[in-house]
Design a protein around this ligand. Sequence first.
Ligand SMILES: Nc1nc2c(c(=O)[nH]1)N[C@H]1C(S)=C(S)[C@@H](COP(=O)(O)O)O[C@H]1N2
Ligand SMILES: [Mo]
Length: 159
Amino acid sequence: MRLPLPFLSLLFLPFYLSAAEITVRVGEEKPLTLSLADLELLPHLTVKAADHGGKQAEWTGVPLYQVLQHAGMSFGDTLRGPALAQYVLVTASDGYRAVFALPELDPRCTDDPVLLCETMNGAPLPPETGPLRLVLPRERRHFRWVRQVVSIEVRKAAP
Ligand SMILES: Nc1nc2c(c(=O)[nH]1)N[C@H]1C(S)=C(S)[C@@H](COP(=O)(O)O)O[C@H]1N2
Ligand SMILES: [Mo]
C-alpha cells in the first residue's frame, strides 16, 4: 500500500517538532537553548498579517522581546545609554540573517510587534518556513520575516 505524501509528513510532524530548538544568547551570558515546549510557556500574541504573497492569515507567537527577557535581557528603564548600542541578530538555518535595534522590539517604544511565530491559522508552520518564523505585521517589506529561525543573539556594536 502506498501512503499519500501529506499523510506521511503528518506522521513525521511530532519528530520534527520535538527536535526543534533555538539558541538565545544575550551578550556574554551563557546561551540558552529553548525548545518549542519552553516557548509555549511564554506569553503569546495573535496578529493578522498578510504574507509575502498578500494572503491574510492569523499568526501566533511569542513577542521577540519576551524571548530575550527570558534569556536575561532587560527592557524598560535600563534600555538607554550604552545599552542602545546593542543589536539583535536573528539567524536562520539557511544562513539568512536580519538585525534589529532593541527599541524596535520594546513595547515601551513601539506598538509594532515582532513575533517569533509557531503557528499560522492555528496550525504548526510547515518545515519550509518553520517551526519558527519571525512575523512583523506592520512592516511593509517581508525581508525580516526570517523563516526557520535557529538563533537569536544580542551583541554589542563594535566600538
Ligand atoms: N531563512 C530565510 N528567511 C527569509 C528569506 C530567506 O532567504 N531565508 N527571505 C526573506 C524575504 S526577502 C522575503 S520577501 C520573505 C518571503 O517570505 P515567504 O517565503 O513566506 O514568501 O522571507 C524572508 N525570510
Ligand atoms: Mo524579499
